[in-house]
Design a protein around this ligand. Structure first.
Ligand SMILES: C[S@@+](CC[C@H](N)C(=O)[O-])C[C@H]1O[C@@H](n2cnc3c(N)ncnc32)[C@H](O)[C@@H]1O
Length: 309
């Protein structure tokens, strides 16, 4: 799909209406139970940690000695804690609407010994950012902006919370991750591409059903510029875990495909559904739990821009 990022998140975000944020269910299975997603968000961000570390080193070329880093839509805070490690002089505030995920973030910060400069802020983006005590030197929104109805308005609000010279960084775009060869010896070749197409449709419905949804051309540098920012930069970071995947990567692939099975599995044809079920059956020698050709190849794109000093 054109929107990489999502697979990682929503691939599995389907079908678990929670209603605690939007206060209602949409009826097409695009409401996301973020709390339930917590463990998968964690294992995914942990697996992709080398990507985040390289992205942070790249950010660090322009963002020198930030005082305040805000992680907008932090989820369980894996990335927020990586920021705390990458920028040891900074205070980090993880912001999210799902309070239990922020609890996980605080527990992680304590385990990693960074709790003394780690805070959380619970509430709806972008409005909740007004509660920050002071402006951010770096505001990171990792796969969170596309969950807000009016992305242009949200970007303007993010930009308004930057200190002069501060940087806004978005993780949006990239490529859908790949876990298996095109032909896996069972079923019809190209299963992952067909699942990506279904997920793409799901993503479009998810966006259309967000409160205050506004259709937007996803030209992130142009949107950053129209939020009054300058010096846009874009770079893509690759996760390349070749086959045979290790246990952690395999567990992630299995969790990811299970969420897909729940979310879009019913829209697959019978042959693809049967193939997916075999891939997920731990007792099947063709399953992703044991087959030797499982890999993880992912590409995350980061877009940055700076507020005039
Ligand atoms: C796909 S997850 C990304 C989590 C984390 N940034 C990462 O990359 O692992 C999106 C996060 O945005 C949060 N979120 C979604 N809509 C939100 C809103 N309107 N206000 C605040 N947070 C929101 C969710 O609770 C979830 O934690």
């Amino acid at each position: 799909m054109a929107h990489d990022h999502r697979e990682h998140e929503h691939e599995h975000e389907h079908g678990h209406g929670h209603g605690h944020r939007h206060g209602h269910r949409h009826g097409h299975g695009t409401d996301i139970d973020w709390n339930e997603m917590g463990p998968l968000l964690e294992s995914q961000a942990e697996l992709f940690s080398p990507v985040y570390e390289r992205a942070m080193a790249w950010l660090g070329q322009e963002v020198t000695e930030p005082g305040l880093i805000v992680d907008a839509g932090s989820g369980p805070g894996v990335v927020s804690c990586l920021f705390a490690e990458a920028f040891p002089g900074a205070r980090v505030v993880a912001v999210d609407a799902t309070a239990p995920l922020l609890e996980r973030a605080r527990a992680r910060a304590a385990r990693q010994g960074v709790a003394d400069r780690f805070d959380t802020l619970a509430g709806e983006l972008p409005g909740v950012l007004e509660e920050l005590d002071y402006p951010a030197d770096l505001l990171w929104a990792g796969r969170s902006l596309h969950h807000l109805g009016d992305q242009r308005a949200a970007l303007a609000a993010f930009a308004a919370r930057l200190a002069p010279g501060g940087t806004l960084a978005l993780l949006e775009g990239g490529l859908p991750s790949r876990f298996l060869p095109r032909d896996i010896g069972i079923g019809r070749p190209g299963l992952q591409a067909r699942m990506d197409a279904l997920e793409e449709e799901w993503f479009a419905r998810m966006r259309a059903e967000l409160p205050g949804s506004v259709a937007e051309t996803e030209d992130w540098p142009a949107l950053l510029t129209s939020a009054g920012l300058k010096h846009t930069r874009t770079r893509t970071f690759l996760l390349d875990l070749p086959a045979p995947a290790g246990d952690r990567a395999r567990a992630y692939v299995a969790a990811h495909l299970s969420r897909l099975r729940e979310g879009v599995g019913d829209a697959l044809d019978a042959e693809d559904r049967a193939t997916l079920d075999r891939l997920l059956d731990p007792s099947d020698p063709a399953s992703v739990h044991v087959r030797p050709d499982v890999f993880v190849l992912g590409a995350y794109t980061v877009h940055t821009a700076v507020r005039r000093g």
